[in-house]
Design a protein around this ligand. Sequence first.
Ligand SMILES: C[S@@+](CC[C@H](N)C(=O)[O-])C[C@H]1O[C@@H](n2cnc3c(N)ncnc32)[C@H](O)[C@@H]1O
Length: 461
Amino acid sequence: MPPQRPSANAAMRRFIRRRLPQLLSTEEIKQDMASIQYELALAHQEIQKKQERYALLEEEHGRRINKITHVFVTNITLIDQSESRQQEEYSRLQSRLQRSTGSWDTSHPRQRLLTALHAFHRYKERNLVETKRWRDWYKKIPKKQRSIVESTVKYTRKLNTVEHLFETNEQLAHEIVKHGMHFYNISQAELDQFIKENENKGVNTDKTSVSQAMKHFVRDWADEGYEERQDAFPCVLGTLANMSRTSEQPLRVLLPGAGLGRLAHEVNALDGFEVTMNEWSMYMNLAYRYLSSLSSANSKAFHPYIDWWSHQVTTADLQRSVSFPDTLASSSVLLVEGDFTTVFAEDTGKYDVIVTLFFIDTARNLVSYFENIHRLLRPGGKWINLGPLLYGSAPFLQLSLDEIIALTEHLGFKFQETDASCGDITIPGMTVRGKEVAYARNGKGLSKNAYQAQFWVAQRD
Ligand SMILES: C[S@@+](CC[C@H](N)C(=O)[O-])C[C@H]1O[C@@H](n2cnc3c(N)ncnc32)[C@H](O)[C@@H]1O
């Protein structure tokens, strides 16, 4: 309620009550009247001030209510948008996975999915084949030497323990399969049939891809991967954090070849970005879908290093268990599965930023990657890169850094200045910087393999 004005009549009544019993001169009455008018003027002033203050408060209150409503509505809208993005992409994914889509061969998404499910399913058997080989080799050393080894380091017990730990890891592999079948809608009968046909043909599962996908739980989602992430993430995140944006009009960021997506989630945590990650490998995608389903931190553990015995300080290190996820994945990040060069065919000019982390050197055709990055960015959009030039997978061409710069400048990218904290300038007169960054390193191991990863920010014309 606003404060009420005291009426002039009330003041007059007070005056009569106080003054009537006395005999007053006209002069005295005039003086009294003047002082009462003065009091009334002050009272009016006070009331006016209170009314103004009240109006201000009312305005402020209204603004606050509006703001709270706005934040609330914006958040609900963002949640709705992110849910509908997930749903739309899920139905596109389901349609790509139909057997009738495209030709039914080993590159069909459903075949690649079944192949990866098969490999996770056979996790233990494939690794026990390896430990059996190690046992057989061990038998090749003379009995006398073996008895020394047994009495000092108990090598057979080590083999037994590791075999047992493969069984523990197998539980995780099987959970990944179970979740994957549910997520992608694959029946037990379909998977069994696929496995049977492949095993009858003598097809071997890809043990390395399973192991690499599982080891990415450490790189991306375990406390043990923190240092590695600290090597790689700050320059990318710092560049993004400085970009002007609002939560109502977020910048669209795409991260192709995202692996298990921790960088994508760190970008999402910056706020004001709509984050899409993309990954081709169904081994990675199965692991990521599983990870995204976890609802409590550090609820899972496995023994990531038991499949490679080189560079170990102690056997306890080799056999140690690592728990994950250190933090939970967010449902706002969208994963688009498939080949980066084909799956975004309809998204020309859609993205404000593309971040390539340890990605460009996976290309068979580097030019297609660069053209695609250019096509997907809106004019003026930015390409942020960090990674080495480790060519693999039968590349059609293998370019040096200077050639990459020349080629991408020709395609319409302008390389920008970046912060000195992101490394030393690699080629004098150019802006690309080099920084030592580890990748999938066993933090307690004796091997300290790292890359002189190249960092750049380039703007599309
Ligand atoms: C070296 S890994 C890096 C993963 C992640 N960026 C990281 O730093 O942990 C490269 C990733 O790119 C993926 N990849 C390779 N070719 C791809 C393509 N054409 N489209 C999308 N992803 C691809 C691989 O499956 C792999 O997960």
